[in-house]
Design a protein. Structure first.
Length: 457
């Protein structure tokens, strides 16, 4: 059992009959426990404990012929059950009422769309009268001329208003209640689900008391049985099954010209208000409903304590949105503040850039009596000597130098460059020309240093 649910139970019974004239039944009804997502069955008396998501009761009277009216009423009860399954338990009653209104609008849109797509169902529609029990409050949603009644302290009150031409004329004083029974247009309704893209749901609420009896019915019942007789039957039969059967039987005995459908439910429990003198059952507009339902809020605080307070104050949706905004704001600030480091990371440079100190160069001068000999340094060909000499700048260090031409190759010489002072190397094939070569090398050492890729002229 849901620990957050108030101590309220509903005993109910639902019955639908084709009547004495119609060949098919276009009525439908819905009994649903939104907490456990189960549906009540036809001609079955049950008692359900109210869960945190509430109970839903609805009666629908389809129109447009058996092939269309039955479809419209079935679509409505199925849509209401489906759309209200995702309700959060113990949420604001205002939100519950809005969700009920949205579910009815969704059913209207589905019926209207199907009628536009399938010409065989053109003009299909349905009424709906729904009573949703949520805590110690009953939400009443009305479209069309099905009805909801409430019996309290032996007094019967119609808690929904027919959206019909007859009701409008009575309100405007154009016709008296005495003449209403003989009015030719008494079955003309001003609004139903399906014929138009949108509907205006008459949504109200009423605070419940211990022993309240709610009766929902299609016009096949209230059109045949006067309100005074309905009151008499409900007061006579305390058992909900007996009361429902007696009401439907009375409608059939009075003519049964239409389908007849009725749900009777009786509410009881320690969390319902017990008044020495029952208060009048006056429906109020939803905008005045108490926020939140006291019973549910109090029970949540008792059962969950700190967990409920955190869920309500700290983890509520608006607060989560604020937390998300702060979180992403901090991420954006961190990215902006560390943009240089991040740029280095994503460019592959994960550390500070180290600039190597400049390396000192030395000058190497080679002179030889072998014209066009190829200079080789550390086994790497550098270029050909021109005019018997070569001058180039190299980083300080040790090198192995030799010359080669055709099949001739000089002996390798080890050279150590230590600074800016030129190092002169003589590589000769003819010993007698050494003085001439030395003079050439000295001249090369005085000239502009050779750069890689450029021979000395």
């Amino acid at each position: 059992m849901d620990p957050l649910a108030p101590k309220i139970s509903a005993e109910f019974f639902g019955l639908s009959d084709v009547g004495r004239v119609r060949k098919g039944n276009e009525d439908n009804f819905l009994i649903a426990d939104l907490q456990t997502q189960r549906r009540g069955r036809h001609k079955t008396r049950e008692t359900w404990r109210l869960g945190g998501r509430g109970l839903l009761f609805a009666v629908c009277d389809g129109m447009g012929g058996a092939a269309a009216g039955e479809v419209a009423s079935q679509m409505t009860v199925d849509t209401l059950f489906r759309e209200l399954q995702d309700l959060e338990p113990a949420q604001d009653p205002q939100l519950f009422g809005e969700k009920l209104d949205h579910a009815i609008q969704k059913a209207n849109h589905s019926i209207y769309t199907l009628a536009q797509q399938d010409t065989s169902k053109k003009g299909m529609g349905t009424t709906v009268s729904a009573a949703a029990i949520y805590g110690d409050v009953a939400f009443l949603a009305q479209v069309g001329d099905s009805r909801a009644y409430l019996l309290r302290g032996g007094e019967l009150t119609r808690v929904t208003k027919d959206q019909s031409l007859l009701e409008r004329l009575i309100e405007e004083g154009a016709i008296s209640a005495e003449h209403a029974e003989n009015f030719a247009g008494k079955n003309v309704i001003l609004q139903a689900l399906g014929p138009t893209p949108q509907v205006l749901v008459d949504l109200k609420f009423i605070e419940l008391e211990e022993g309240d009896v709610i009766m929902l019915c299609s016009d096949g019942l209230h059109g045949e049985v006067p309100d005074a007789r309905i009151k008499e039957i409900l007061n006579q039969h305390k058992d909900v099954q007996a009361a429902t059967v007696a009401l439907v039987r009375q409608a059939l005995e009075n003519g049964g010209k239409d389908n007849v459908t009725s749900i009777v439910l009786r509410l009881s429990g320690a969390d319902l208000k017990k008044s020495p003198k029952p208060q009048p059952a006056i429906p109020q507009n939803v905008k005045y409903v108490r926020k939140p339902v006291d019973l549910i809020t109090k029970r949540m605080e008792q059962e969950l304590g700190l967990a409920h307070w955190l869920n309500k104050r700290v983890f509520a949706t608006p607060m989560l949105m604020i937390y998300a905004a702060v979180f992403f704001g901090l991420i954006a600030y961190a990215i902006f503040a560390n943009r240089t480091t991040l740029r280095q990371i994503f460019s592959g440079n994960t550390g500070p850039r180290i600039v190597a100190p400049p390396t000192a160069n030395g000058q190497l001068v080679i002179a030889s009596d072998v014209p066009d000999a190829e200079l080789v340094i550390d086994d790497t060909p550098i270029g050909s000597l021109q005019n018997g000499g070569f001058s180039l700048s190299l980083p300080v260090g040790d090198y192995v130098v030799r010359l080669r031409k055709d099949k001739w190759s000089s002996e390798a010489q080890r050279v150590k460059l230590e600074g800016s002072k030129p190092v002169l190397i003589e590589i000769t094939r003819n010993k007698s020309s050494s003085s001439e070569i030395r003079a050439k090398a000295q001249d090369l050492a005085k000239e502009e240093e050779w750069l890689p890729g450029r021979d000395v002229p």
